[in-house]
Design a protein around this ligand. Structure first.
Ligand code: SF4
Length: 645
């Protein structure tokens, strides 16, 4: 069969689409596969408008400012920042339903994320012509089947193109899949949009292969086969929609197909959009989450059905990665994983270190990182991590079941700083039963952290389908309804169907807010300002420890620990300890002290801002003197636009 995999806006264009790359490899060579990057085509259309407007502006003197801003940066802004407000969906709602007026709610949603409504309206007006040409371009390849992958804000753009395809090529089978189709979401889309013939739910390789086999059968045999494909949504001859129960095994790591990324790099080769982005390879090393399958973090919107952790054999990962680098001549690498396989510290990362390439890998990791693990990441070419820090106090971390402590997270920030790794992290608030006091404790100590990498921002947790807070209303969020933008982009759906389609829900705020949240945000603003000019380092010379405090907002100071016991105590506090545990460690190491001595020692360090303390433990803050401060900009990653580790 001829199969076209369609990747619609608002796929983040900086890397191949992961789902299309995997599915393409999974169904070849039995089927002829092409991948249509509508994302790049739409960005090109925006760019052409911007160029035309800029020329017209030069000729006439003014009047086309909004169009001139339709650059790929605007596309990327919607892709990265627009998901929670449904911006990407709003911008294609007119193309789907034939509306010509840009809705006021959409303009307000754009304003809320700092995206100029006049630019958004221009994009809204471009969408119908894009949808028309996208349908024509797909049809020109005469596909038997078109598969739309939907993640984040791709549902309405995909529906709009699917509707045109159905009008112009009614015999083409249209399949939807991707994370926007998991569970009830896919079934409700299938029930309400007749242009969708089938929905593949959960990981798509096996059900898509089975579906293509079924479609090749004579009509009389087909229904029985379709009814047996786990999770598939399909219609019988009478047009009645069916949603098969989800089930069947998940593929093991050794069965993950290698990603076929050629379509993306070929598409980008002669595209003017390439001048505006820095393309990266995509690497899939694991699926699911080894932490979440035992302790699903309460805010994490990964479905239980895909949480079982599976990882690729490390030699295969290394082999595929190095082949991809050679083939596409790209050293930046984004991983699709939710969390790194801990065994890779001893297997994959040493292999990558030996490759001797200047790789620039972005990874999601868990925040309980040791110094050796941070070093192993750096040596392997990992330059940017998303460690799931989430908070710096143990109470909210416990409420979210993160399995780490506030002091442990600070130790991780320090280790990553020392290795020169860029750290992307958000501060999450809004957990039922968190207290003002735990935020006050953190805010008071943030000036001590100015030399470590600050969070991107403080965000209230979202009620997302599949997170434990959603699945268990008695955990603190009993009232919920789909976010208001779902009604705007799906105006015809019944309330139950709208609830089934939605992934994000509105719910009354819990936990801290008001002045405490404002104070936290103000402290983070100051942290971001101070970071680039702050350092707190130590150097060991002839048994003494020299500490150099150059944190912004404090008087520059040098401190010397010249007693061997003090040096040993400071060094031991590199891992978080209570006074009692520090005393035990020192005594075991041949320095017999009691907890009153260690408590006084920690108090003295705290007075100088040299330790971070909470929940009875303390941890030192200085990095080794030759640590390279991280001052680079982040690589945009698909993971940053949604829930992550
Ligand atoms: S937030 Fe991260 S660590 Fe927690 S369950 Fe989700 S993927 Fe796993």
């Amino acid at each position: 069969m001829r199969v076209t995999l369609a990747v619609m806006p608002w796929h983040l264009m900086t890397a191949p689409n992961g789902a299309a790359s995997v599915l393409s490899a999974a169904i070849r060579p039995d089927h002829e596969v092409t991948t249509y990057y509508g994302s790049i085509s739409f960005a090109e259309l925006m760019l052409a408008e911007a160029s035309a407007a800029s020329e017209a502006s030069e000729a006439s003197g003014a009047g086309t400012a909004a169009k001139a801003r339709l650059l790929p940066e605007a596309y990327m802004y919607v892709a990265e920042e627009g998901f929670t407000g449904g911006i990407g969906e709003w911008l294609f709602a007119g193309a789907l339903y034939g509306h010509t007026d840009f809705p006021d709610e959409a303009a307000a949603a754009c304003e809320a994320i700092g995206f100029a409504p006049d630019v958004a309206e221009q994009i809204f007006r471009l969408a119908p012509s894009f949808v028309s040409s996208a349908a024509d371009e797909i049809i020109a390849g005469r596909p038997d089947v078109v598969g739309f992958t939907t993640t984040f804000s791709q549902t309405v753009p995909a529906l709009a193109v699917a509707r045109r395809l159905r009008e112009r090529a009614p015999g083409t089978v249209i399949v939807f899949g991707g994370s926007n189709c998991d569970d009830t979401m896919g079934a409700a889309l299938h029930r309400n949009f007749p242009e969708i013939d089938h929905v593949v739910r959960r990981e798509g390789e096996a059900p898509l292969r089975s579906l293509l086999e079924a479609l090749a059968l004579p009509a009389a045999e087909r229904a029985g086969r379709l009814a047996a494909i786990p999770g598939l949504c399909w219609r019988d001859e009478s047009g009645t929609a069916h949603a098969n129960p989800e089930g069947g095994g998940l593929p093991g790591g050794a069965d993950f197909p290698p990603m076929d990324q050629t379509a993306y790099f070929t598409r980008l080769e002669n595209s003017p959009v390439a001048d505006y982005i820095q393309p990266a390879l995509m690497m899939e090393t694991a699926r699911g989450c080894w932490w979440g399958e035992r302790h699903h973090c309460t805010f994490c919107g990964l479905s239980d059905l895909i949480l079982p952790f599976r990882s690729k054999p490390p030699d295969r990962v290394a082999d595929e990665l190095l082949k991809g680098v050679a083939e596409h001549q790209v050293l930046d690498v984004l991983t699709t994983d939710n969390i790194v396989d801990k065994s890779y510290f001893d297997t994959l990362f040493p292999l990558l270190e030996k490759s001797d390439l200047d790789l620039r890998i972005m990874y999601e990791i868990k925040s309980d990182l040791t110094r050796d693990q941070a070093r192993a990441l750096r040596a392997a070419g990992v330059i940017q991590v998303q460690p799931g820090i989430e908070n710096l106090h143990s109470l909210p971390l416990k409420l979210m079941r993160k399995g780490v402590t506030g002091t442990g997270n600070v130790a991780t920030l320090r280790e990553l700083q020392e290795q020169g790794l860029t750290v992307l992290w958000n501060y999450l608030v809004g957990f039922p039963e968190e207290t003002e006091e735990c935020y006050r404790e953190v805010i008071a100590q943030i000036p001590f952290l100015h030399h470590l990498q600050p969070p991107l921002g403080a965000h209230r947790i979202a009620l997302e389908r599949f997170n434990p807070y959603f699945d268990n209303p008695d955990m603190g969020f009993p009232e919920r309804r789909p976010r208001s933008w779902y009604r705007g982009v799906f105006p015809h759906l019944s309330e139950p169907d709208l609830t089934d389609v939605a992934y994000l829900f509105e719910t009354p705020d819990r936990g801290v807010g008001g002045a405490t949240l404002q104070a936290l945000k103000a402290a983070f603003d100051a942290w971001r300002d101070a970071y680039s000019v702050s350092s707190l380092t130590h150097r060991s010379v002839a048994g003494r420890l020299y500490l150099y405090d150059r944190r912004a907002g404090r008087k520059a100071a040098d401190h010397i620990l010249d007693e061997p016991l003090e040096v040993a105590a400071y060094t031991t506090l590199a891992r978080p300890r209570s006074p009692e545990s520090l005393a035990r460690s020192l005594t075991a190491a041949g320095w017999p002290v009691d907890a009153s001595w260690t408590a006084t020692f920690i108090d003295e360090l705290a007075d100088l801002g040299l330790v971070y303390r909470e929940s009875g433990r303390a941890v030192t803050l200085s990095t080794a003197h030759d640590a390279t401060a991280v001052r680079g900009s982040a690589i945009p990653t698909p993971a940053m636009v949604g829930a992550g580790t």
